[in-house]
Design a protein around this ligand. Structure first.
Ligand SMILES: *Cc1c(COP(=O)(O)O)cnc(C)c1O
Length: 424
């Protein structure tokens, strides 16, 4: 009990003792970790434990914890004031870096969270097209908006709509949920609903049902279908922006959406979101147009300064190839270790994102992901945690590597994984 005293203390103040559900570790039947500090690859818990962190702020911290250049940029901004509620040049400085990396973005608007960026993107798409229906994909998470919570992913979805209390069927009337990687269903839906569909929103590389990459030409076909039907294509690159590559998943798959949502990495560890895209669409936003979005903390100066420094650092050290190789090594070796012990395991990976699915079969959509053995995952999680490696506390979340990892870490991690599989 004593070991849980921070949890008990927090439970007095917060539902479930947390401020975001996944932090409760319910899906792995463990008490939550309370972090005291974090540096580089490592989390230090309030109880004195030390972990290799594979969560990395849910992907936001691509440079690892406490990057010196990012911190110093944030401190420098803070010395000039934390909030103005007015313009400051740090906003355009970050926007310039983003627009240089994403050719599909001509104008953008900063928000405080990813959820808010998606909300604004959907509103823009509906206004631009004058239509109301939105297609989303099963297992993709786009924030906690009422109408996008259907089959959302993050382990909370069961395919039954709605998946949140307080969301009523009528609110989901305009949302069509289709299986990821299934072009046939997309075509069928467009054939029946063509004239009502304002937009298709997708995580181009899914990261919220574990990692699932799009099958060959899926995204490009999706783009072609949208173009033909006059629907907008929205990429939710809140995880993959500056992660899948410097230019996101769109640069890798060479498929460019009408609107892009960004978040996580672009804030350098501080709260942020952004929606960007074609000029003619973004121009609909107030005050230029009549689509409303506003925010006291929108484009927060410290987030702007930290985000610019993070992007500069990514450009300077270009860690993408190395991170991908390290991720590949972890994935391939773990798979070998598991198969030697005849434990069914799929390791999906894309750039520096990866997921260990305890599953006999290939995982390519939400249904196949859901076939995984969550009890085995919970066991794996608990054993690895004891060895000082912290996986995301759910089978349906991605692991993230950061640029703070090196090959020595990879070796240590693999040796720990090897030990753990002996006890599985
Ligand atoms: C994290 C995330 C969001 C929501 O962003 P918040 O900043 O948590 O509101 C939306 N879409 C995707 C793909 C995400 O991973």
């Amino acid at each position: 009990m004593k070991k849980n005293r921070y949890y008990l203390f927090s439970k007095k103040y917060f539902p479930g003792g947390v401020n975001s559900p996944v932090r409760a570790f319910k899906a792995v039947n463990q008490p939550p970790v309370f972090v005291k500090k974090a540096l580089g690859t490592t989390l230090y818990s309030q109880n004195g434990e030390k972990y290799y962190d594979f969560i990395n702020g849910w992907g936001a911290l691509i440079l690892g914890h406490g990057n010196k250049r990012v911190n110093s940029s944030a401190f420098k901004q803070l010395k000039n004031g934390s909030l103005f509620g007015l313009n400051s040049i740090v906003e355009a400085e970050l926007a310039d870096r983003i627009i240089s990396a994403f050719p599909s973005i001509e104008l953008l608007r900063f928000t405080v969270s990813g959820t808010e960026a998606v909300m604004t993107a959907i509103r823009l798409a509906k206004a631009f097209r004058g239509k109301r229906k939105i297609i989303k994909f099963e297992g993709c998470y786009h924030g906690h908006l009422d109408y996008l919570l259907s089959a959302a992913g993050s382990g909370l979805a069961t395919c039954s709509i709605p998946t949140s209390g307080g969301v009523f069927k009528e609110q989901l009337k305009d949302i069509i949920v289709l299986p990821f990687n299934d072009l046939k269903e997309v075509k069928k839906t467009f054939a029946g609903q063509k004239n009502n569909i304002a937009a298709v929103i997708i995580e181009p590389i899914a990261g919220n049902m574990g990692v699932i990459a799009p099958q060959k030409s899926f995204l490009q076909e999706l783009k072609n279908i949208c173009e033909k039907a006059g629907a907008l294509l929205i990429f939710d690159e809140i995880i993959t922006g500056f992660r899948a590559s410097f230019g996101g998943a769109q640069a890798i798959y060479k498929t460019f959406p009408d609107l892009t949502c960004l978040g996580k990495i672009i804030g350098g560890g501080f709260p942020i979101g952004a929606v960007g895209g074609r000029k003619e669409i973004l121009k609909l936003l107030a005050p230029e147009g009549d689509v409303y979005h506003a925010g006291t903390f929108a484009a927060h100066p410290v987030s702007m300064a930290a985000g610019s420094a993070a992007i500069d650092e990514l450009k300077r050290i270009n860690p993408y190839k190395r991170m991908k190789e390290m991720t590949g090594q972890i994935a391939d070796e773990t798979k070998k270790i598991a198969s030697k012990r005849q434990i069914p395991l799929q390791v999906n990976r894309s750039s520096s994102m990866f997921t260990f699915y305890f599953n006999n079969n290939e995982v390519y959509d939400f249904k196949s992901a859901k076939n995984s053995d969550v009890n085995k995952y919970a066991k794996f999680f608990a054993l690895l945690k004891r060895e000082g490696i912290l996986l995301p506390p759910s089978q349906f979340e991605s692991c993230f590597l950061s640029a703070a990892y090196d090959w020595r870490d990879v070796e240590k991690i693999l040796s720990k994984i090897n030990d753990v599989f002996k006890k599985m």
